[in-house]
Design a protein around this ligand. Sequence first.
Ligand code: ADP
Length: 545
Amino acid sequence: MFTSLMQQRPLMISSIIEFAERWYPDVEVVSRTTEGPIHRYTYKEMGQRCRKMALALSKLGVSQGDRVGTLAWNGYRHLELYYSVSGSGAVLHTINPRLFAEQMAYVIDHAGDKVIFTDLTFIPILENLLENLGEKLNKIEHIVVMTDRDNMPQSKLDNLHCYEDLLIAESGDYQWPEFDENAASSICYTSGTTGNPKGVVYSHRSTLIHAMGSSVPNGLGLSGNDSILLVVPQFHVNAWGVSYAGPMNGCKLVLPGPAMDGKSIHELLDLEQCSLSLAVPTIWMMLTAYLKESGAQLPHMNRVVIGGSAVPEAMIRSFEQDYDVQVIHAWGMTETSPLGTLNFLLPHLQELDYEAQMETKLKQGKTVFGIDIRIVDDKNNTLPHDGVAFGKLQARGHWVTSAYYGEEPCIDSDGWFDTGDVATIDKDGYMMITDRTKDVIKSGGEWISSIELENIAVGHPNIVEAAVIAIAHPKWDERPLLIAVTQPDTKLEKVELLDYVAERVAKWQIPDDVQFVDELPHGATGKLNKLKLREDFKDYKFPGT
Ligand code: ADP
């Protein structure tokens, strides 16, 4: 090999905060605190406090590779832990506070958390866990409340510390260590709708490359002009990596704390002149409802990133046509750090009129450099990019996991990770999710998309919500059953609804039956819980079978 003469410096998370502190010292981080007031400071102050916390962590006995859990909303202290914990060589485990008690105890135990940092809000949850599931929490040596002395609670928790007291005791005279860039930096557990949550372990290297890869113009297009309202939780996939990409690009960061209602979100967007914000569709439903009712506008915002589940067409139209905010539809998952694809329009699509663009805007988008995707059939043959063929969506790249923590590898010999989604890819490379692998209906060797049938059913004016699940069938293996909730005080016959669907799909895709229910079950992240539905309908048989 003719060896290059370039420097080989490990990609370290600490280098991001060092950079922001040194080159964007006056850029602000603004947080709505759990205590109430708005807090603001600069990257300069943040960098100093991160170094103090790194020193405090070592006094608590945290050393390289130790896991440190957080139970916290989006706020400046949480952001500091992203850098002080990972930067000092320990591993940040951001715990989803919406997990059920048993799952929360499971992830704390499984990750082996030695210290837990908690917002005031979650003290009762921790007390309850320690009382009822204490044996699972026996590795925890310290609990740090992310507040100051004045707001410290009365609590029966042992080894309780106050975040600000820990900082006061430190000088900040600390040099970030350099070590192997493949060392673990953080852990995030998947939501675990089936079985126990699974741990995805990110590295310094994967995190930095993901932050750089997602910052580019065909990605989030971040720059020092941006003021970003980070609504997507810091406990969920590192707030889609923006906790790193923001400071890396000298962006102002605005962190909303626990207040996610439309009015509070709008207040921050307005006061802090945010140009960009990121969240799941549910949050944007609340914001657009608030905007409609109050008449408020979004004069500073120029783009909104929406992912986590498919963006409804009405939401794209509302943002783009009523408020002049560009929608960037994104797809990803915990296992992909999370950025997989983002929707931006190629030049020839920009030339089309708005109605013609909509077909593409509804898709989940194109990959950015650093991650690759493909679709395959049941026998692992790759499928064409024609926008019609749909198959299992697979991904590989610098920021895609190769295994879950404590488990065997979950990729094939070429590095492809099966996402569990079913998708099409069109000739321009736009990917569209059509279903989850476990939800698709396999009828006589053909696949029927449950999501497509659900979207059609909810288009009926008398239907509020609909789900389609597979039911075993003696001849076809599986056939679709439509389960629907009707508008209150309306009467709808099964055949009327099936006729409505029949006008919009091929004959063999029409559900074999309809069941009306009062409500449909949902999981912890608000998504339809089809597992529960399948259980509820496990004894159901189609008429005549
Ligand atoms: P979350 O908890 O946000 O659902 P997960 O990693 O648990 O994150 O889930 C990822 C899954 O969410 C994806 O595999 C996909 O099924 C779904 N998803 C994410 N983004 C989109 C999107 N834009 N459209 C449709 N589904 C999406």
